[in-house]
Design a binder for this molecule. Structure first.
Ligand SMILES: [Zn+2]
Length: 182
């Protein structure tokens, strides 16, 4: 029996928190215009069908955009919370088929989603320039791989090492979504 028969996971996630998560990742220092990169933007109401999706207007170029404009999450029929739920499942190395079962989706839909998520949550942000102190993300060592460098290198060459980006995305997601201890 699929877990989705027991618990509708995506129904437990809060839309407002999912949009807040995207905003935090995309604009850690406040919303910026995706067209001219100005920080002089004002909130401009909410999406007509997704009330938690904030709209903005740029005071510099008069452009209009919202939380998802220019990201892989824009223009898809799946609700944002379904995308967000994909991340921890990808981090657990579940197959597209398993994720589809858990979320009650078509495997082909899930494949399209995970491919896009692996390319990056926010595909069109400008390249990051590293300056000063740089924090490196966690390194994952699969238990059975410890001390088996040669075998792992061979695996990596065959493409079996793919998926590290998904694990990194999930780790980042976990870091920013730790349950409050308060
Ligand atoms: Zn602008």
């Amino acid at each position: 029996m699929a877990a989705s028969d027991l618990v509708n996971l995506s129904g437990l996630l809060d839309d407002a928190k999912c949009f807040a998560l995207v905003r935090r990742h995309r604009w850690p220092e406040g919303a910026r215009c995706p067209v001219c990169d100005s920080g002089a933007v004002i909130r401009d109401g909410h999406d007509g069908t997704q009330p938690c999706r904030q709209r903005y207007r740029c005071k510099a170029c008069a452009g209009r955009f919202d939380d998802l404009t220019g990201t892989v999450l824009a223009g898809h029929h799946q609700p944002l919370r379904v995308w967000v739920l994909c991340l921890p499942f990808m981090g657990l190395n579940l197959s597209n088929r398993q994720i589809a079962l858990e979320l009650g989706l078509d495997a082909s839909d899930v494949q399209a989603m995970t491919e896009q998520l692996r390319r990056g949550l926010v595909a069109k942000t400008p390249a990051v320039e590293l300056t000063g102190g740089v924090e490196i993300d966690e390194v994952y060592v699969v238990a059975g791989h410890k001390g088996q460098l040669a075998a792992v290198a061979k695996l990596a060459g065959s493409g079996a090492g793919a998926g590290w980006q998904a694990r990194r995305a999930a780790a980042r997601w976990r870091r920013t979504n730790r349950p409050s201890s308060a």
